[in-house]
Design a protein around this ligand. Sequence first.
Ligand code: ADP
Ligand code: MG
Length: 399
Amino acid sequence: MDSSDYHIVKSSSGSSTPHEDNINVVVRVRPLNNKEIKSKDESVIQFPGNGQILCEGHSDMQKAKLFSYNVVFEPGASQEDILNYSGIKRLIEMAIEGFNATVFCYGQTGSGKTHTLTGPPDLFVGKADISHPGHGLVFRSFFYLFQLLQQRQENTQFILKASFLEIYNEKVIDLLNPGAARKKPLAVRWSKKLRGFYVENLFLVDCEELDDLLAVLEEGMRNRSVGSHLMNDHSSRSHTILTVHITSEQQAENEKSVFISKQGKINFVDLAGSEMTKKTHSEGKTLEEANNINKSLMVLGYCIASLSDTRKKNGHIPYRDSQLTKLLADSLAGNGVTLMIACISPAKSNVSETINTLRYAARAKRIKTKPLIIIDPREALILSLKREVNSLKLENEHL
Ligand code: ADP
Ligand code: MG
């Protein structure tokens, strides 16, 4: 498709990189695929402008439904458009500044979640062609992140670590060390110090260079696809979280011996197919499977519903009820910034799932949170003392 054949529908504020809310919701509509075109399936989606989507009803009896979001990407939008206009750049900037940022793709199986985040899997075979237009948001975000770090490294030191995990049947598997974890899934624990949940024994890879981050992406993707061959439907049922932890140490302006340490992170989350919440109740499943198939997705839905319900101001948010929501709690709970990319198919044959996704996304847009920077004052003090000891040692050596 020629780039002049589409446009990106921006929010009513006219901003192409929305930044008013701490939860931004954008929708990406994939093109009709060959199978749908062959079977004369048609598009039920229209784009009235101003971040709106008009979706035909389930049947001729039902009226078309109008939804509104921060940004809507039409079927011809490129992978680069998603980087430039989804608001992800702001999330990356905030992660560097010490915030928790999360981007997650939500939608039914086949709606384009994995395509949006990572692009076609064969891009990771052999040496990656960095200029390939198919590369997804994760790959592009890594480039953008390193561009920013290079600009800022004059007065700040950055330490990057990355992890890549999968949640399948409520079990956490390390995609960077899958053999060990398949035998014994990793435990999710609460940390008093971090005031959040973490995965015990999860591989955290030091990433000094861009290539290190790209290697993490490639390795995790490869291990995920190995898993998906072992089990039918695997990727529809599993969630993956790729996290980049960014620690920055900056000299205080008027106190040269004091270093301010900030710890931010960005999570890239590829969720299980949204139709899985219904399959949870379908027949022929063992009790464990039925309870677990998409507990995480269901609980995420409950959390979003509770957070978006302004009537329940200090109501209970059930983060602790699933592995996924435990791990995303610090982003959703109020100290983070979140980007939800709702992926939909335009095809008439998918209209019920599409309406479910559009509703879910509209609900998420109502959430209001207040992000906080994570600065650890004790850590800052320890760091400055360590530096003092080191500089005294150096001084001694040179005496
Ligand atoms: P999901 O992860 O939601 O199950 P995928 O990302 O695997 O869906 O997409 C299903 C198929 O549709 C893949 O073959 C993918 O390449 C294709 N596809 C999805 N979104 C787009 C898009 N925006 N442009 C072109 N092809 C797409
Ligand atoms: Mg997928």
